[in-house]
Design a protein around this ligand. Structure first.
Ligand code: BES
Ligand code: ZN
Ligand code: ZN
Length: 514
């Protein structure tokens, strides 16, 4: 979807559909808002009439704003009013959500170009730059749907125009810059969602490696792919153990290098869990919902997206991406509970549950990147534990980190992008729980407590003291038909590519260290 900036006043232009935001009035005050005057004139009094009948109230409920469509008597198309809720709670996130609701309302209604009347989305708490950024995000992300395997299409919106009007026309150049920066990043998110949504028969570890190679070619990034033979030579026993059970889809480790926009900048490594299907292996999962485990590659796909975004937006630091890809299935050759695996770093893992495979593949990726690149910071992204979803829900990722500045930097980026993130503690209690009697660490604990945090303690043993943050994205990486109605309208059904915008914005910001 293209997003254009147009100097004109949206209500004077004939469009398929133009949208304005409406605030909810304080209680007991039902006077017609002055801010809707132009909309009322454009509809020859229809808006005022709808307000008087309480059809338009500007309310938001359960993450959705009220939407009302008017057919303009002057023949200039349709006007859509979208509820923004009370002024006191207004924020860029409300605009992001409302913009997504607008494009989704347009779906299948013969709207090719949707217009946004900027003035109606700017108020205390949201300046014009923030409003155009959020409109761009909401429109592009909200318009996304995974359509690869559908033979019919509902007719999506093709173009969004943000109308500045007299009030903002003089800021056109600056606003255009904001829009193009956001559209570039949102396009990467859409691209990543398309890969993360692919089913496991198609998105094999080799296919993910090919996506990385194609990206490398397109953007001029160095990409190395390690196949099972090379992984064995390197001593990557973790990725090999998890992937050994798949007859058709052997494991791969993929390393991408973006050289950095700044001279002598810092190096940030992003490491992703790329389980193309997680059946649990010998410790097999129940059948119900198992199809969702095609999304267990979301961390690795986020890494792909972050590298594409880093190169597109030319972020200052050097960025090393590592994707740890394997298919976790049961067979006669699968790894089993009781096995002891030697990883790249030399540390050994006692496998007690083959379904705790994410940490096993990440052990090699983390160990490798530490030894090979000595990064200043490591960020890993993984759909690592069901415990994360229980603790924080479907919308919020869990973070554990050994570095205050890195953690604060990521939290600041999260506040900016609207991808919720919450930091959790990592203590000696969790470290104690993952110690093994047989090897160095065990991949599942004796007592089933704090699953997200013991997984974090496990990963910590492989970062060798490097500044590190672990993002457990098991909940927010995807939605299902059941869970998505509770999510903002810019989260489609399926992969969300959570983390791509967040980590990219973190990389864009000035170095976290003083
Ligand atoms: N891929 C799963 C975690 C997951 C659960 C992701 C739900 C997305 C939604 C992971 O590999 C897993 O199965 N973890 C186990 C670990 C346990 C066996 C220690 C879990 O969380 O139950
Ligand atoms: Zn698992
Ligand atoms: Zn998994």
């Amino acid at each position: 979807m293209k997003v254009l900036v147009d100097r004109r006043d949206g209500l004077t232009v004939a469009t398929d559909l133009a949208a304005s935001g409406v605030f909810e009035r304080p209680e007991k005050d039902d006077t017609f808002p002055r801010s809707l005057q132009k909309e009322d004139e454009a509809t020859k009094g229809l808006v005022k009439a709808a307000w008087a009948r309480k059809e338009v109230k500007g309310k938001r409920r359960a993450l959705r704003g009220e939407t009302t469509v008017f057919h303009r008597p002057d023949g200039k198309g349709r006007l859509l009013l979208v509820g923004l809720g009370p002024r006191a709670k207004f924020s860029p996130e409300i605009v992001r959500r409302a913009a997504a609701e607008v494009v989704r309302t347009c779906r299948g209604r013969g709207v090719r170009t949707v217009g946004f009347n900027l003035g109606s989305f700017v108020a205390e708490g949201v300046r014009s730059e923030a409003a155009v950024a959020a409109i761009t995000d909401g429109a592009i992300l909200g318009n996304y749907e995974f359509e690869k395997y559908r033979s019919t299409s509902e007719g999506k919106v093709e173009e969004a125009a943000i109308y500045l009007g007299e009030e903002f026309a003089r800021d056109e150049a600056a606003l255009k810059k904001v829009v193009s920066n956001h559209a570039a990043l949102d396009d990467v998110v859409v691209w990543a969602r398309d890969i993360a949504n692919l089913p496991a028969d198609t998105a094999s570890p080799q296919r993910l490696a090919e996506e990385a190679m194609a990206l490398g070619k397109e953007m001029g990034l160095k990409v190395s792919v390690f196949d099972e033979k090379k992984l064995a030579e390197m001593g990557c026993g973790g990725i090999l153990a998890v992937g050994i059970g798949s007859a058709s889809h052997p494991p791969r480790m993929v390393v991408l290098e973006y050289p950095g926009g700044a001279r002598r900048g810092r190096t940030v490594a992003v490491v992703g869990k790329g389980i193309t299907f997680d059946s649990g292996g010998i410790s097999i999962k129940p059948a119900l919902g198992m199809q969702e485990m095609k999304f267990d590659k979301s961390g690795a796909v986020a890494v792909l997206g972050i590298l594409r975004a880093a190169a597109t937006l030319k972020v200052p630091p050097r960025v090393i991406g590592v994707m740890c890809c394997a298919e976790n299935v049961p067979s006669g050759t699968s790894y089993r509970p009781g096995d002891v695996v030697r990883t790249f770093s030399g540390k050994t893992i006692e496998v007690l549950n083959t379904d705790a495979e994410g940490r096993v593949v990440l052990s090699d990726g983390l160990g490798y990147v530490v030894q090979q690149y000595h990064p200043d910071e490591i960020i890993d992204l993984a759909t690592l534990t069901g415990a994360q979803v229980v603790a924080l829900g479907d919308d919020t990722a869990g973070m554990v980190s050994n570095d205050e500045k890195l953690a604060q930097g990521l939290l600041a980026a999260s506040a900016q992008t609207g991808e919720p993130l919450w930091r959790m503690p990592l203590t000696d209690y969790h470290r104690e729980l993952v110690k093994s009697d047989v090897g160095d660490v065990r991949n599942s604990t004796e007592i089933p407590v704090a699953g997200m945090l013991t997984a974090g303690a496990f990963l910590e043993t492989f970062v060798g003291g490097t500044s590190w943050a672990h993002l457990d994205i098991a909940g927010p990486a995807y939605t299902t038909a059941r869970t998505r109605k509770w999510q903002p309208a810019y989260q489609n059904d399926g992969a969300t590519a959570f983390g791509v915008r967040l980590v990219t914005r973190y990389l864009e910001a000035p170095p976290a260290r003083a």
